[in-house]
Design a binder for this molecule. Structure first.
Ligand code: GLU
Ligand code: ZN
Length: 295
């Protein structure tokens, strides 16, 4: 079959192992890309060495392989992309779009996560603090394929946000937009925890003159006790010998059909079947409670 123009990706952060929630996101992005005869790329978002778990990069890729996933080309690492981020940041800084913020966490406590622009016109040197990007007093909106219309007023709900941290590391928001564009990604499928990051990313795309990709945010998976699976809750690596049953659970979490016979199949067979039966229209919008036995 011919390749379509679809380019998707999975972009894990090695601050932990792959957990069931990230398996669901990986599966959705993989199936959506392959069902469209598209390309599926891999990018390791290793921007934050202090929070990186030793061995997590290798473990994540090995788990994905054990679960039957095949990505196109080599895995890109954001730790090798600092020059690209620096170039954009320096340009915006010299244009006055970005500025240095020396406020302490404590000073900002009262503002409830929305930075009030205290350092906007103070002219601090770039090396003196975090770098923030000025946001316009505008609403950014997009239509998510599962979540529907989503809107956020950047000035009121996000505020000028950090694009390079005080410790010198680049922020996720900046790197993700630069790299999605650089890799030619036109379809983003990821967890709904990033829904409220998307309007900031739309603004970054606008500044960079990048076409807006399509978005699909899959529901988050919660524990039966209400616990959210994920970064703050240190999940163990997914067991390699449970690939087939866990892929089937992930398919059910995504509202996709499964077949009893698949339980006896290899992970590759499950994925092949699931590509053929993929229907993004069946993905539930709200968070899904994990079947018991998944931590
Ligand atoms: N690296 C991010 C994460 O693991 C995902 C980024 C994205 O898909 O935009 O949560
Ligand atoms: Zn400040």
């Amino acid at each position: 079959m011919n390749r379509s123009s679809y380019v998707g990706r999975f972009a894990p952060t090695p601050s932990g192992y792959l957990h069931f929630g990230s398996l669901v996101a990986a599966l959705a992005s993989y199936l959506d890309a392959r069902a469209a005869n598209g390309v599926w790329l891999m990018r390791m978002e290793d921007l934050d060495p202090p929070r990186e778990v030793a061995g997590a990069q290798t473990a994540i890729l090995q788990t994905l392989e054990a679960y039957g996933f095949e990505w196109d080309g080599d895995c890109v690492r954001q730790s090798e992309r600092h020059d690209a981020y620096a170039q954009v940041l320096e340009r915006w800084f010299s244009q006055g779009l970005a500025y240095t913020c020396t406020c302490s966490r404590k000073q900002l406590q009262a503002y409830d996560g929305v930075y009030p622009g205290l350092c906007r016109n103070l002219g601090h040197a770039p090396s003196d603090g975090a770098i923030r990007l000025r946001v316009p007093e505008l609403e950014y909106r997009f239509t998510d394929r599962v979540q529907g219309e989503y809107r956020q007023h950047l000035g009121r709900e996000a505020g000028d946000f950090v694009i390079r941290r005080r410790d010198g590391f680049y922020a996720y928001q900046l790197a993700v937009v630069i790299d999605d564009a650089w890799q030619g990604i036109n379809n983003i499928v990821r967890g709904a925890d990033l829904l409220d990051s998307t309007p900031r990313q739309l603004y970054l795309q606008e500044l960079l003159g990048i076409a807006q990709p399509r978005y699909l945010h899959v529901p988050l998976i919660t524990q039966p006790d209400g616990h959210k699976l994920g970064k703050s809750y240190r999940s163990p690596p997914l067991p390699a010998d449970q690939a087939t049953p866990l892929l089937l659970r992930a398919l059910r979490a995504l509202g996709q059909p499964t077949d009893e016979q698949l339980l006896y199949g290899t992970p590759q067979e499950v994925l092949r079947w699931a590509v053929q039966h993929w229907d993004a229209g069946q993905i539930p919008r709200l968070s899904v409670i994990a079947e018991s036995g998944i931590d």
